[in-house]
Design a protein around this ligand. Structure first.
Ligand code: ADP
Ligand code: MG
Length: 654
């Protein structure tokens, strides 16, 4: 039997280090986090051979004082103990003051560092735990750490590493995530001599996304910024077209630190119900900000997984935040209209406070600029009008939109000009007026700017033209250089669904009285379900009540159909009420609304007239503007082909 022996320090270090730095990506993560902690605004990561032979992390942070250099490499040496409650410490707890020491135990490390109050830098190398002499070198303020030949002295660990290309993939992933979590820091990532990506560090998440994922991602996102009970969720969520078959493009942070949490992913995905097909996962970069005490520390540190103390609440807030963002562009369809309006104090005030002279002139101005007819609710009008209202001022900036950093300043300037021109201070109380106008125009302007940056033309371009109908099921339409096929049933169903949902949320039941009420038999359970859900049914447009023993009378339905259809729908709805699955209230209600919309939507295999098709094409465009491009079950509404695709097919171009 082997004798029990005390492990030598070197062996123990190697074992411990293996737990902390399991692969090159973990080393990079530790080093980059140190750079961030050192207040760097620029961080450059370079690796060779998947990081196995070479990793370098250079920063312009505060540097390590000469006399602390050795200490920094010792186990449990840290300058950050006071931050123990901070999430950073939670996320990297196992490494508290251990990272550098661990890395040194399994690789050759050299450091060059200079602090601002020192004339020159100092260089030191550590080979297999042995420190070299310090040397003076000329360098900029900041720190460069070079880690070479990782695990060369730990063959057992080496075996666990994957192909170089796989390891570089892991490194790229972690650098990307960190870059997304710190848009204020300029990152540069170089792999085998080639720059893979770099971020501008201008503090705008959208630009970091542009740098990392490219234009299609930067264009197709909605901003999230939502606060409730001291928890804030902010970042961006992608439109449906960015969804992928896996979750690799989901980045979650807590208090600015990249973490993993599957439940949050699920919650975000839940908010996409009706938008994405099953098996598709949305793109997002979200940060949850909350008091550090609310984060459960009792989780394995190396896994970057965490738990929230008030899980349910946090999940609900994330859900609402994402939902708000997804439906925000659809200002006119839901309660969001009113939420947004209230936030900006515009619509609600315009409605309620039309007597206020200041408000009145805004309204008058708006109505002069944008005719009132053609808009449904007051809120929709107000929103659309505000866009038009700000349009001439936006157009001036469109040309210069390249300089995004300039956008904010320009926005302010132009906005100010807008007030002055539109509301020249006369005898009115200048200040109140300016304040009201400011609020109004700020919103109008911000919305327009967002749209502008999103790359969507502010004013509509040419309307889509219907070309014809295919197989009595698909509408062919053309717009600019694009041809599309629209599934008439899917499109119509979705349109109906959105309308019903809007009415439901605004508590404007869409019920239509039946000339001849329909009576039908139900059993006791069904009757009970009808009685219990009477109000909800009514809000959805069904007026159903008990009618003598064992039967129910339908007096109103959301849409008119023939008796057989209405009965069938009522039966379907009632059975859904009975087996109401615990999916959360809204989604359950949505299911019922969807039943209604599906029943009444134009079916496939139906010949349509030109005006009918034009109506559907317009509906599809409206839906797209709201970021909706699927039927309520997630099937696509539209397929598109560019002129280029077609020309390529015919080999007119190559
Ligand atoms: P921790 O980050 O948990 O404190 P580390 O082993 O990662 O432990 O680092 C030890 C110490 O070395 C840090 O506390 C910090 O003082 C110093 N240090 C490491 N990297 C840098 C850097 N890039 N810039 C400035 N100081 C650094
Ligand atoms: Mg560290």
């Amino acid at each position: 039997m082997a004798k029990i022996e005390v492990l030598s320090r070197a062996v123990a270090d190697k074992i411990a280090a293996g737990e902390v730095v399991e692969r090159p990506a973990a080393v990079v993560k530790e080093l980059v986090e140190n750079s961030i902690d050192a207040g760097a605004t620029e961080v450059e990561v370079e690796i060779k051979n998947g990081g196995i032979t070479y990793i370098s992390v250079r920063d312009n942070g505060k540097g390590i004082p000469q006399d602390e250099l050795e200490i920094a490499f010792l186990r449990h040496a840290t300058s950050k103990l006071r931050e123990i409650d901070d999430l950073f410490e939670i996320a990297t707890m196992g490494f508290r003051g251990e990272a550098l020491a661990s890395i040194c135990a399994v690789a050759e490390v050299s450091v060059v560092s200079r602090t601002a109050d020192s004339q020159s830098g100092v260089c030191m190398t550590v080979k297999h735990g042995v420190l070299s002499e310090k040397e003076e070198v000329a360098c900029n303020v900041g720190t460069t750490m070079v880690v070479e030949n990782l695990f060369a002295n730990v063959p057992a660990r080496m075996k666990f590493l994957k192909k170089d290309s796989t390891e570089s993939g892991y490194v790229a992933d972690i650098v990307m995530r960190i870059a997304l979590s710190k848009p204020g820091i300029a990152f540069r990532y170089i792999c085998d001599g080639k720059e893979v990506f770099s971020t501008s560090g201008d503090g705008k998440l959208k630009n970091a996304i542009l740098n990392i994922y490219g234009m299609d991602h930067a264009k197709n996102i909605y901003e999230v910024d939502y606060r409730e009970h001291g928890v804030r969720v902010c970042g961006v969520v992608g439109k449906a077209e960015l969804a992928r078959g896996n979750r690799t493009r989901q980045t979650l942070m807590v208090n600015g630190r990249y973490i993993k949490n599957h439940v949050v992913s699920k919650v975000v995905e839940e908010a996409y119900r009706n938008i994405l097909m099953t098996g598709k996962f949305p793109f997002f970069v979200l940060d949850i900000e909350l008091a550090p005490q609310l984060v459960d520390v009792n989780v394995h540190p190396a896994k970057t997984e965490i738990k929230f103390a008030n899980e349910k609440e946090v999940y609900n807030i994330v859900h609402s935040g994402v939902k708000n963002a997804l439906y925000r562009p659809a200002e006119s369809i839901s309660e969001m209209t009113f939420k947004t309006a209230e936030r900006h104090n515009v619509t609600a005030d315009l409605r309620e406070d039309a007597k206020n002279p200041d408000r009145r002139i805004i309204k008058e101005f708006m109505e002069r600029t944008v005719p009132r007819e053609g808009f449904g609710s007051e809120a929709e009008y107000s929103f659309r009008a505000s866009e038009v209202f700000a349009k001439p001022y936006i157009e001036k900036t469109v040309d210069e939109k390249e300089e995004r950093a300039e956008d904010v300043r320009k926005a302010d300037e132009i906005r100010e000009k807008l007030f002055k021109e539109t509301f020249p201070p006369k005898s009115r109380d200048e200040e109140t007026l300016a304040k009201n106008c400011d609020q109004f125009a700020r919103k109008a302007f911000d919305d327009a700017i967002i749209e502008n940056i999103d790359g969507q033309p502010f004013c509509e371009d040419a309307a889509a033209r219907v070309v014809g109908q295919l197989f009595d099921t698909y509408i062919i339409a053309q717009k600019n250089e694009e041809v599309f096929l629209i599934d008439q049933h899917a499109a119509h169903e979705r349109r109906r669904f959105e309308m019903l949902k809007k009415d439901y949320l605004e508590k404007k039941p869409s019920g239509q009285q039946l000339l001849a009420p329909i009576v039908f038999d139900v059993d006791a359970v069904e009757l009970q379900a009808v009685k219990e859900n009477r109000q909800m049914l009514e809000d959805m447009g069904f007026l159903m009540e008990e009618f003598g023993r064992g039967s129910v009378i339908i007096r109103e339905t959301p849409l008119i159909g023939d008796e057989g259809e209405i009965k069938a729908l009522a039966v379907e709805v009632i059975s859904a009420l009975i087996d109401r699955r615990p999916l959360g209230m809204l989604s359950f209600e949505e299911r019922i609304l969807d039943m209604v919309s599906c029943k009444y939507a134009i079916k496939a295999n139906k010949k349509l007239s030109l005006p009918e098709m034009e109506g559907i094409v317009k509906d599809v465009e409206d839906l797209e503007r709201k970021g909706i491009c699927t039927c309520p079950h997630g099937r696509p509404i539209k397929l598109s082909f560019s002129k280029r695709d077609i020309e390529k097919g015919f080999k007119r171009i190559v």
